[in-house]
Ligand binder design. Structure first.
Ligand code: PEP
Length: 259
């Protein structure tokens, strides 16, 4: 881990608004002590985002959206726009595998979303990853290269640190079968090379984080890898104890690498 770590909790479609608010306040208590060493981010459902962002204002816990469209406004029933998030919501996750698979979002659409998000000064986490079928066929490098190249097409950045890539092998998401730290590290080294090809020296500020069944038990060994700058956590981010342990592991690895 070389850059300031980013640990993000993807709540997916969980919690009612009051539950989400209460949980966010709880996390603020538990996680604030680690924020000196780690960027801690939560990604609640959009319906409770404003309420939670207000409740966490002034705290070191950052807030982001799980998805948004690419247009500013208009006849797009059910969609939210990056313009609506601008100014108060710091991060936007784009291209989570559930968006790609369940909602059939294409690389071209995701690229539009990335560019729209940067137009509105949001920080972007672009998620990429191969399916089990692609993994078994030995196509991981091709798939990642395509998703990165298409997703980042003509993306221009004022602040390189505003772009992070989440490497999430689809076969590891919600399955309890995390990638081995070595396998994740190897694929994330490829992602790093693709960032350098695309952005040159600016790529050194960008974080590449791992997602897929991260737990308190495996967080430390993942974070200790050279190419892993943090985690995108699904299931374990819904439990305060587990999420806190993961954030703590990242803080401890960072601390130990400093000396
Ligand atoms: C995710 O949804 O981004 C994720 C990694 O989920 P989980 O941690 O549950 O595998």
């Amino acid at each position: 881990m070389m850059r300031r770590p980013l640990i993000s909790g993807n709540w997916k479609m969980h919690f009612t608004v009051p539950e989400g608010l209460e949980y966010a306040l709880h996390l603020r208590q538990d996680l604030s002590p680690y924020a000196a060493l780690v960027d801690v981010l939560i990604l609640p459902p959009s319906v409770m985002l404003w309420e939670i962002a207000n409740a966490l204002r002034g705290s070191p816990i950052k807030v982001g959206a799980q998805n948004a469209g690419w247009e500013d406004q208009g006849a797009f029933t059910g969609e939210i726009s990056p313009k609506m998030l601008a100014g108060w919501c710091e991060y936007l996750l784009i291209g989570h595998s559930e968006r790609r698979q369940v909602f059939r979002e294409t690389d071209e659409e995701l690229n539009r979303k990335v560019r729209a998000a940067f137009r509105h000064r949001l920080k972007v986490i672009l998620a990429v990853g191969e399916t089990l079928e692609e993994y078994d066929a030995g196509r991981t490098a091709d798939v990642i290269t395509l998703q990165m190249t298409a997703g980042l097409y003509q993306v221009e950045l004022q602040h390189p640190v505003d772009l992070s890539i989440a490497y999430e092998p689809v076969w590891a998401i919600g399955t309890g079968r995390a990638a081995t730290p070595e396998y994740a590290n190897e694929t994330m080294a490829l992602i790093r090379r693709l960032l350098v090809r695309n952005f040159g020296e600016a790529a050194s500020a960008m974080r590449v984080i791992y997602g897929g069944s991260v737990t308190p038990a495996n967080a430390r060994s993942l974070m200790a890898q050279q190419e892993i700058d943090g985690a995108l956590v699904g299931g374990a981010s819904l439990k305060a104890g587990d999420f806190t342990q993961i954030v703590k592991a990242a803080a401890e690895v960072t601390e130990s690498q400093r000396v």
